[in-house]
Design a protein around this ligand. Structure first.
Ligand code: ERO
Length: 309
């Protein structure tokens, strides 16, 4: 009997799959579809205090090996998502993730204060890595700023919280970020967000409108970078910080590799956008097949156990 059950912080989920924030999780209808899907849990679209339209279209394009996006944080505003989360809580469900991406530290503190003082008991993913807001740097690339944000957040916030990180590409950067993260009572990190500010060219033209065509890349293009980030942080972070892998997941094999590298949970972005929520059952079936072939019965049988030469 194979179990895909997994645990993050004080929550246990029936399986290790969920959506990546931003993908099919903005409206009530999309959130209900995710809730009713085969995924182990789900997360809301990163929100700001006020609703946002986001960037002009075209702003999301499927590519041969992935996607490029510059959505610009379109969302229905904090109140909508808090209201949604509280309704879930009232109906007895606290096993969902709430994504927060304030445009300033003050905005993040304002939203987290309201969550802290509410009945919501789920997990919060604080997004420190949106690459698509003109004029706003990705916090996760500014080490001192990240430290300051976490210091201020953990001065009052007591509920389970994690951060969504941008991809890192330098060993010293991994070490610097891990040293900062290890100072705080983080319950998880999610890595990676899209590889920011890439450029895709077709027929002598860019393919998305915002920022002169620059956008975040997801999908198969980013899998090796995602696995490297999951692996490195698995080695460097204290063991009570779980890792949620994200990047390039199209199949059970991709999920298996994320878990081998150290992920406890795996998010799906580009492929969920392409296939809709039926992607979860397909990938779960493939993952179970792989585990069956290898005689693994739980995720813990292979989590973090990547072989090195
Ligand atoms: O443009 C966005 O809304 C967006 N796209 C990403 O690839 N990652 C994000 O974190 C994000 C907004 C928070």
């Amino acid at each position: 009997m194979i179990s895909l059950e997994t645990t993050i912080s004080n929550k246990t989920f029936s399986n290790c799959l969920m959506n990546a924030s931003g993908v099919k999780c903005m409206t009530l209808e999309e959130l209900s579809n995710l809730k009713n899907s085969e995924s182990g849990t789900w997360i809301t679209k990163s929100c700001t205090i006020s609703p946002r339209e986001g960037n002009p279209s075209p702003r999301y394009v499927d590519l041969q090996l992935g996607s490029i996006n510059s959505m610009g944080l379109p969302n229905l505003g904090f109140e909508f998502y808090l209201d949604y989360a509280l309704k879930e809580h009232k109906s007895g469900n606290d096993n969902l993730f709430f994504s927060v991406a304030g445009l300033t530290l003050e905005d993040n503190i304002e939203m987290l204060t309201q969550i802290e003082n509410s009945d919501f008991q789920g997990l919060v993913e604080l997004n420190l890595s949106c690459p698509n807001i003109p004029g706003k740097p990705q916090t996760g690339y500014d080490f001192d700023r990240t430290d300051e944000v976490l210091k201020q957040v953990f001065s009052f916030y007591t509920k389970p919280l994690g951060v969504k990180l941008p991809p890192y590409f330098d060993i010293v950067h991994f070490e610097m970020m891990a040293n900062i993260l290890n100072k705080y009572q983080l319950r998880f990190i999610t890595c990676i967000n899209s590889i920011g500010n890439a450029l895709y060219v077709e027929d002598e033209s860019v393919v998305i409108k915002p920022k002169g065509g620059f956008g975040g890349i997801g999908g198969a293009y980013v899998k090796p970078t995602a696995l490297a980030n999951v692996r490195m942080f698995h080695k460097l972070l204290k063991k009570d910080i779980s890792i949620i892998g994200c990047g390039g997941v199209e199949s059970g094999k991709d999920v298996f590799e994320h878990i081998l590298c150290g992920a406890s949970m795996v998010q799906i972005g580009t492929q969920l956008m392409k296939d809709g929520t039926k992607v979860f059952s397909k990938i779960l079936t493939e993952l179970k097949e792989i585990m069956k072939d290898k005689n693994y019965t739980t995720i813990l049988d292979f989590k973090g156990k990547l072989k090195e030469l």
